[in-house]
Ligand binder design. Structure first.
Ligand code: B3K
Ligand code: ZN
Length: 888
């Protein structure tokens, strides 16, 4: 909470090295929910790289009991203490500080620092939570060795965990016990963790590539041990994968994952002691969907991979966050793709990544919170754990691999670790390692880190039948963003292929290019504002397939004809561009239909969908040579949010009506084929989350959802039967969602689902989420759901399941003409802010794109934003988001 100081903007250019370095940290915890005593003994020494002599320690919401310097008790005149820092002026060169503080974990609803969840103790220190535990130079470039002594009541907290290795444990008086942990590696404070809890674990000994045996544990509450297999399997797969792909080994004797129900984000990579949101650990076929399983694999991988990219080599300052996050997301994406192992499987994961970028990152890049992958300033760093830093950051890392090749990328990684193991470094250091290891100049590539906004690449082509030349003229531009009026050209890899009339890939000869003979995809490097690329020996006018595999995070403009798009949609050997052609065909039509609905005052009475499009959809749906997972993606229409991003003035109701019309029309026209595919893609037998089975379920359930747009009795029955007979959560929840979205009476089914899963918090979250996102659920219905006894604002998963799914995934209701949902939003940003500023600030961002709506909606949105802004007591988190939204 903002108390006696107004928010300060912190700038990357103001970085200075720490005045003092910390060598060792000895922490002692006497854990008690109301009153925990923390004893902290740190050895510090002057940093030769700094001229300053003051020791500056951060501290927040903790009470200082006692402070000693080199054995001497310090009095109030010996240091300066304010709400955020403790400063000792002109300290000696070598210092031992002994600091005793008090905190009240059970009162800590922010879930940052030390807190209590369901009676157990957990910590979350990234980015700046360690200062809520003890006074410390809480910045990532201060790396130290930690020893941790935990003491707590043995009956209530039988399990005591911290980073590294357990070196001692035993009983104390009064029913208490202790455990002492030592982390052999130097680490920044944000990677500290402790757990004191009543938990049980699944454990296993695992042999590393070098023959060493390590202990792997997954800790959960009793009663959840039947849901830990997949997390454990994913952990073992992650360890193996990092050994094989990057030659990186687990460096500890023990690696633990602990699940907690109250958690602000997905998971946290604390050294040797990863703490996870239960959502990304717990799964069995009865409670978890295919998407949940995929999420567990990705997040377990992600946190494990951080052990090298983030922990061994960490960030110099928080502006460098993407150094570890972009790289680690890229690594987890590659891991998930390799786990599927097929080319189409890999493409399907790539398509998912493109959808996320368009759904969330492109809008962020074009909105008030727009920032470069390496931001230049922030008020609250927690607001910068964004899709830009993570997902666009991963795209930037992927482009190195596209430009340098897989081997070149690996060389760059090897050099990066060779140079920087044990250090806190910058994004520039990573780029330098990539460049130096490959003898390449990547100077211009730096602009991907420093310039915000999504570049637009425009392509034109010309064919010379006499000379047999095909030219692709590429140009680039990027709209201005906050503080960046003029953008310089980016270094953009544009992968290109050319299709002949019968759909085959033409062998490519690029003028001036050095490519393997017979290559059918070539990466063009666009570095100037405009460039011409000439292909020789082209016998016929080809159809260009541009930006294959989505080789750069850009918007591609090319004036494709419908015929060309249909040609690509049926033949492109690059599955990502094949999918993309279908999206373009759909988007063109969706935008036209939306305009027609708007012009007709909201009516869909006279809309038409051309048979060409329907036939193309039919062809893909019934093409048994294609993976089910790919067919499903090819048939999903662009989301309402993505459609909205293409419009100058957004009309959410018209978009919804047009998209629903299109779905209903496809559903009716392809009814027979949809039913046939529904039956052909059943997955009888034991549930398995593998990609092939998951793909079948996805296609089958998409068929069901199309059939359920305007269902007849037989279709309704199909959904009801699936709901009743389903042997897994994927099918069960898909049937229920289809019923809810169809507007059919679902009361008893919802009730039945709730009763079956009342005791499974993650499934109750789904129950709230599916209702919140249904276009039939208005704000009044959401308010009613909030009165349900299972609802609470205090648990982030629960708050997100209902409130965020309504504000972010139900646009036609959130933007109801009377503005009532905006009032609801303002009310809950304010309520949540008093509990948990990080969660509140995420909700605050639902209004980011308010300026793009019709004037009447805009005015109401502005009012809601101003209502929040007018509150006297806002966290810096929310204040930053709201003031940026309102700023001109
Ligand atoms: N590094 C953490 C995120 C911490 C978020 C702090 N607000 C999880 C991850 O990216 O792996
Ligand atoms: Zn991460």
């Amino acid at each position: 909470m903002r108390t006696d100081s107004s928010p300060q903007t912190i700038f990357r250019k103001d970085y200075t090295p720490p005045a003092f370095l910390v060598d060792t940290v000895e922490l002692g915890f006497d854990l008690h929910p109301e009153r925990t005593i923390v004893a902290n003994r740190i050895t510090l020494r002057q940093n030769p790289a700094s001229k300053r002599r003051d020791i500056v320690l951060h501290g927040e919401d903790i009470e200082l009991v006692q402070l000693r310097m080199n054995g001497q008790l310090l009095g109030k005149d010996d240091y300066l203490l304010d709400h955020a820092t403790l400063t000792i002026k002109k300290a000696p060169a070598q210092v031992v500080l002994e600091i005793e503080t008090l905190c009240a974990p059970v009162q800590n609803t922010t879930l940052s620092g030390l807190y209590v969840s369901n009676g157990n103790f957990f910590t979350q220190c990234e980015a700046e939570g360690f200062r809520r535990i003890t006074f410390f130079p809480d910045r990532p470039d201060v790396m130290a060795k930690y020893t941790v002594m935990l003491r707590a009541d043995k009956a209530s907290y039988p399990v005591l965990l911290s980073n590294g290795n357990l070196i001692e444990q035993g009983d104390l008086d009064d029913g208490r016990h202790y455990a002492k942990w030592e982390d052999p590696f130097k680490k920044p404070s944000y990677l500290f963790a402790l757990v004191a809890a009543r938990l049980v674990c699944q454990e296993e000994t695992f042999t590393l590539a070098d023959g060493r045996d390590v202990l792997l544990q997954v800790w959960v509450e009793e009663g959840n041990l039947d849901k830990t297999d997949y997390a454990m399997q994913s952990l073992k797969n992650s360890i193996r994968w990092d050994e094989e792909r990057f030659n990186l080994e687990l460096d500890l004797d023990r690696f633990m994952i602990v699940a907690v129900g109250d958690f602000n984000m997905g998971a946290m990579e604390n050294k040797g002691l990863n703490i996870f949101n239960t959502k990304f650990v717990l799964a069995n076929p009865r409670t978890a969907t295919d998407i949940d399983y995929a999420g567990i694999e990705a997040v377990v991988g992600h946190e494990y991979f951080h052990n090298w990219t983030g922990n061994r080599v960490t960030c110099r300052d928080w502006f460098q966050l993407s150094l570890k996050e972009g790289l680690t997301v890229f690594r987890d994406q590659e891991f998930s793709a390799d786990m599927i192992g097929t080319d189409t499987g890999r493409a399907v994961t790539r398509i998912d990544q493109v959808r996320t970028l368009r759904q969330a990152q492109f809008p962020e890049d074009a909105g008030p919170m727009s920032h470069p992958v390496r931001p230049d300033s922030f008020v609250e760093i927690n607001n910068f754990y964004t899709v830009t830093v993570y997902e666009k950051g991963a795209e930037v890392v992927r482009m190195y691999q596209t430009l340098l090749g897989r081997d070149g990328f690996r060389k760059g990684m090897d050099l990066y670790f060779k140079r920087h193991d044990g250090q806190a470094v910058e994004c520039d250091d990573f780029r330098a390692a990539m460049a130096d290891a490959n003898g390449r100049d990547l100077g211009q590539f730096e602009r991907w880190y420093s310039q915000a906004g999504t570049p637009v690449v425009t392509a034109r082509t010309r064919y010379d039948a006499v000379k047999r030349n095909f030219d692709i003229i590429l140009s680039q531009r990027c709209a201005p963003s906050a503080g960046q009026q003029d953008k310089l050209p980016f270094h953009i890899p544009v992968a290109v292929g050319l299709l002949g009339a019968s759909g085959q890939d033409l062998p490519l000869t690029l003028e001036g290019g050095k490519h393997a003979k017979g290559a059918t995809t070539i990466v063009l490097e666009l570095t100037e504002q405009e460039q011409i690329f000439r292909f020789r020996n082209v016998d016929e006018r080809p159809t260009p397939s541009i930006l294959r595999d989505f080789s750069a995070p850009v918007v591609l403009e090319y004036d494709y004809t419908d015929d060309e798009l249909l040609h690509l949609f049926s033949h492109d050997s690059d599955p990502v561009n094949r999918w993309e052609a279908g999206q373009r065909l759909a988007m063109e039509r969706l935008l036209k239909l939306t305009a027609q609905v708007a012009a007709a005052g909201g009516s869909d009475a006279n809309l038409k969908l051309d048979p060409t499009f329907i036939n193309a959809q039919r062809a893909v749906l019934t093409d048994e040579t294609l993976d089910a997972a790919f067919r499903e993606l090819a048939l999903i229409l662009p989301s309402e949010t993505i459609i909205a991003e293409q419009m100058d003035v957004v009309d959410p109701q018209a978009i919804h009506t047009a998209r629903q019309f299109m779905r209903r029309t496809i559903g009716a026209a392809l009814k027979e084929e949809l039913i046939a595919q529904y039956h052909a893609n059943q997955t009888p037998g034991d549930y398995s989350p593998d990609a092939l089975s998951a793909g079948k379920r996805a296609l089958k359930n998409l068929c069901l959802s199309y059939l359920m747009v305007a269902p007849d009795m037989a279709e309704l029955k199909l959904a009801q039967q699936q709901f009743e007979k389903a042997g897994n959560m994927t099918d069960r929840s898909a049937a229920l969602v289809a019923m809810i979205h169809s507007g059919a009476a679902t009361g008893p089914y919802l009730q039945n689902f709730y009763e079956d899963f009342e005791g499974e918090a993650l499934v109750v979250d789904k129950w709230f989420a599916m209702q919140a996102a249904a276009p039939t659920t208005n704000v009044a219905a959401v308010r009613q759901l909030m009165a349900h006894p299972a609802f609470t604002l205090k648990n982030p998963n629960r708050a997100r399941s209902l409130i965020f799914n309504f504000t972010n995934a139900n646009p036609s209701q959130f933007h109801a003409a009377d503005g009532s949902a905006y009032d609801f939003w303002a009310e809950h940003v304010i309520k949540l802010d008093a509990i948990n500023p990080q969660v509140a600030a995420r909700l605050a961002r639902a209004m980011d794109r308010w300026r793009r709506y019709a004037p009447a909606l805009q005015a109401k949105m502005k009012q809601a934003l101003e209502k929040v802004a007018a509150r006297a007591k806002l966290s810096n988190d929310v204040l930053e988001v709201i003031s940026k939204a309102l700023a001109n």
